[in-house]
Write a protein that binds this ligand. Structure first.
Ligand SMILES: CC(C)(COP(=O)(O)OP(=O)(O)OC[C@H]1O[C@@H](n2cnc3c(N)ncnc32)[C@H](O)[C@@H]1OP(=O)(O)O)[C@@H](O)C(=O)NCCC(=O)NCCS
Length: 187
């Protein structure tokens, strides 16, 4: 996507792309940042990267294909539901990722919800998570989700703000989570 500036110059805006080996270098740099991050626990998706994909372009291509394949119920792992993973990218720079679980399970209702997201440490506090969640809502709608269950740890003030900025209505506060319904029709 590109927006015109006042001077008429086109400025690239971050956008979602499908996981792709084209972004291997930037994605792996982000993985290293997530691992070194002292502010948050290492996100689940970082530990889910196939170890060989960290060093081998062919294995990275296979990893990206695996993540893409998780959209189809025929190729999800046991205990998983189909999930659409999208990468938030500014030109060649991987900024973060977001995953939409196509349906809830009792486990996801307690922990995980429909949508999860992570922004690489060097790209935080620039509005990316808020913009990513907003951009994900029409996609969730196209997957048949009419309101998205989105949750964050009770201590995660940034994620709480992201959800509330996207219209999240507080459902409840459990021992560890603030759970919200995010309306999808408003986007
Ligand atoms: C939580 C996270 C996704 C926020 O990403 P981000 O791109 O920095 O978020 P945004 O820039 O859209 O900021 C959203 C709001 O949180 C605030 N914020 C961001 N980081 C913050 C922090 N460390 N402490 C307090 N507020 C913070 C921003 O100022 C902004 O507030 P505003 O809307 O009132 O201006 C990111 O820190 C992250 O990936 N953390 C690790 C993984 C994680 O927690 N994922 C979410 C799981 S529910």
């Amino acid at each position: 996507m590109a927006l015109p500036t006042l001077a008429g110059i086109m400025v690239a805006m971050p956008e979602f792309v499908d996981p792709t080996s084209r972004l291997m270098t930037s994605f792996l740099a982000a993985v290293a940042e997530f691992r070194a991050d002292l502010d948050y626990p290492v996100p689940w998706f970082v530990d889910d990267v196939d170890p060989q994909a960290l060093v081998d372009p062919a294995a990275f291509e296979a990893y990206a294909a695996r993540v893409l394949g998780e959209r189809n119920s025929s190729s999800v792992r046991p205990g998983f539901v189909p999930m659409t993973t999208l990468w938030w990218v500014d030109r060649q720079r991987f900024l973060g990722r977001l995953a939409i679980r196509h349906r809830l399970t009792p486990a996801l209702e307690k922990c995980g919800g429909h949508i999860g997201y992570d922004v690489r440490p060097s790209a935080r506090r620039q509005g990316h998570a808020t913009a990513m969640l907003a951009a994900a809502l029409p996609i969730a709608r196209s997957l048949g989700i009419s309101q998205a269950l989105v949750m964050c740890d009770t201590t995660n003030i940034a994620s709480q703000r992201v959800i509330e900025a996207n219209g999240g209505q507080l459902l409840d506060i459990t021992e560890q989570k603030r759970r919200y319904w995010v309306p999808i029709t408003r986007s």
